[in-house]
Structure formats: structure tokens, C-alpha cells
Design a binder for this molecule. Structure first.
Ligand code: NAD
Length: 261
């Protein structure tokens, strides 16, 4: 338990499913009040709200596109209107498009950058302005990826966006540290969520991914949520500008496992 989180208010983007959903449910275990953003899956977001309320927490579901200013403003407003403020902003929403780089259209490129990277900027800007205007502190958690570090052919737009999120996190962590505002990144490895559903439904692809992980296990969304709740809490009060890898060791170069090379 992280007692300091009791009654704190969080916005979680892309919270209707996958990692965002697990973070919403984990935050609710700490009796936090949660704004669950969704883009299209209203039923998923509402199910999370219901589960949180049944367990003694509180939440609202808010439809918004994180790649727009109106979208992120609506999320902040929902936090203020429903729960009286904001303490934690989780930029979790993301998506990927696989295309050989010489074939990706400008429209596809812009979409991936807009949601995965510009959306992080817009969400962070909204949260920062709220805390600065109200002489408050808070913390931001950005959902990056092991692909902020590992190059990923045919996913150049995604890897570029996540690399951008890494340096954005580090830059604003430094910029706002004197104000008591913390900003951190979580870099998941391969996690069993809808973004990977098609790939992991194929046994061969599932096993191939597994073999790239020293712990030989695909992660669960709850593994990432456990990292997020710690970063959000005062137990991480001296932690800012870092990336916490939650990847079963994927970034350790598993190909070197047997001592060759
Ligand atoms: P997911 O597809 O289950 O969830 C992504 C969420 O983002 C969905 O709820 C989706 O509706 C939302 N979203 C997409 N576009 C949006 C928009 N414009 N506005 C608002 N919401 C939008 O995938 P996930 O695995 O839970 O991914 C969550 C985050 O974790 C993403 O940033 C992803 O890049 C990152 N990540 C995931 C993995 C993994 O293996 N699952 C690995 C590394 C990083």
C-alpha cells in the first residue's frame, strides 16, 4: 500500500484497456480518484469505472483524443470538476503502425507521432500549467517502450516517437524539478495487451517474442501498473527524469545469453 496516494487524483490516458486499464485499477486499490480516458472503447472504460466504484474508489470515464488540445483540456477539466484537482498525470495512450519505412505514408507517420509523442507533450503541458497556476506539485508518468532504446525495423515512426518521449521526459524533469514536479518514464517490454493480440495469438510469434526475454516470460499489464503506482507515490519522491524498464530483461541483449559473441 502507498498511503500517501489515498484520495489523490489521477488522469490516465488510454485507460479503457491494456496497461492503462491495469494502472487505473491499481490506482483505485490505493483509493485514488481516477479519470479514465478512452478514445473509442466506451464499454471498456465504463467497466473499469464500475469495478473501481464497487471496490470503494471513484472514477469517471471521459472520451478524448490525446493528440488534440481540446482532448487533454477536457481530461484536466474532468479531474477538477469531479475530484477537485490533479496530482498524477499518466500519458499512457499509444498505438503503432507496421510498415517498411520507405512505404509509410506521411499521414501514417504523422498519426503515430501525434498520438505517441505529441500527445505526451500536450498532456504534460496541461498538467504542468495546472500545478504552476495553482502553486501545487504533482508528477507525470509517460509510457515509453523498450523501443526508446532498441531500434525496431518497420516500426520507425513508433521507435522515433518513443525515443522522443525519453528525451522529452528527461528535459521537462530537469526544467520543473525546482518546482517539486517529478516526471518519469516507464519502458515496458513485451506485455500481453490488445496492442499485441494478433501477434500473440500466433503461437510461433508468441514463442519467438518469449525467447527474446531473459526471464522467458511475456509481461502482464499488472507488472507495469505496479511500477506506475510506485513512481506515482512518495516512495519515489527523490526519483525524477528516469526510465524504469519493465521488460523481463529484454534490454539486456538476450542473444548473448549463452556467453557467445
Ligand atoms: P492498448 O492498445 O491495449 O492500449 C492503448 C490505449 O491507447 C487504448 O486504450 C487506445 O484506445 C488508446 N489510444 C490510442 N489512440 C488514442 C488517442 N488518440 N487518444 C486517446 N487514447 C488513445 O495497448 P497497451 O499495450 O496497453 O499500450 C499502452 C502504452 O504502452 C502505449 O503507449 C504503448 O506504446 C506502450 N507499450 C506497450 C507495450 C506492450 O507490449 N503492450 C510495450 C511497450 C510500450
Amino acid at each position: 500500500m502507498f498511503n500517501d496516494l489515498n484520495k489523490k487524483v489521477a488522469v490516465i490516458t488510454g485507460g479503457s484497456k491494456g496497461i492503462g486499464n491495469a494502472i487505473a485499477l491499481r490506482f483505485a486499490q490505493e483509493k485514488m480518484n481516477v479519470v479514465i480516458n478512452y478514445h473509442s472503447d466506451e464499454a471498456g472504460a465504463q467497466a473499469a469505472v464500475d469495478e473501481i466504484r464497487e471496490n470503494g474508489g471513484d472514477a469517471v470515464a471521459v472520451k478524448a483524443d490525446v493528440s488534440t488540445e481540446t482532448g487533454v483540456k477536457a481530461l484536466l477539466q474532468a479531474a477538477i470538476d469531479n475530484f477537485g484537482g490533479l496530482d498524477v498525470w499518466v500519458n499512457n495512450a499509444g498505438m503503432e503502425i507496421q510498415t517498411p519505412t520507405h512505404k509509410i505514408t506521411l499521414e501514417e507517420w504523422n498519426k503515430v507521432i501525434a498520438i505517441n509523442m505529441t500527445g505526451v507533450f500536450l498532456g504534460a503541458k496541461e498538467a504542468l500549467n495546472y500545478w504552476l497556476d495553482n502553486d501545487r506539485t504533482g508528477n507525470i508518468i509517460n509510457m515509453s517502450s523498450v523501443h526508446q532504446q532498441i531500434p525496431w525495423p518497420t516500426f520507425a515512426s513508433y521507435a522515433t516517437a518513443k525515443g522522443g518521449v525519453k528525451l522529452f521526459t528527461e528535459t521537462i524533469a530537469m526544467e520543473y524539478a525546482p518546482k517539486g514536479i517529478r516526471v518519469n518514464n516507464i519502458a515496458p517490454g513485451a506485455i500481453n495487451t490488445p496492442i499485441n493480440a494478433e501477434k500473440f495469438a500466433d503461437k510461433a510469434q508468441y514463442e519467438q517474442t518469449q525467447s527474446m526475454i531473459p526471464m522467458l516470460k511475456i509481461g502482464d499489464p499488472e507488472d507495469v501498473a505496479d511500477a506506475a503506482v510506485w513512481l506515482a507515490s512518495d516512495q519515489a519522491k527523490y526519483v525524477t527524469g528516469t526510465t524504469l524498464f519493465v521488460d523481463g530483461g529484454m534490454t539486456l541483449y538476450a542473444a548473448f545469453q549463452d556467453g557467445k559473441g
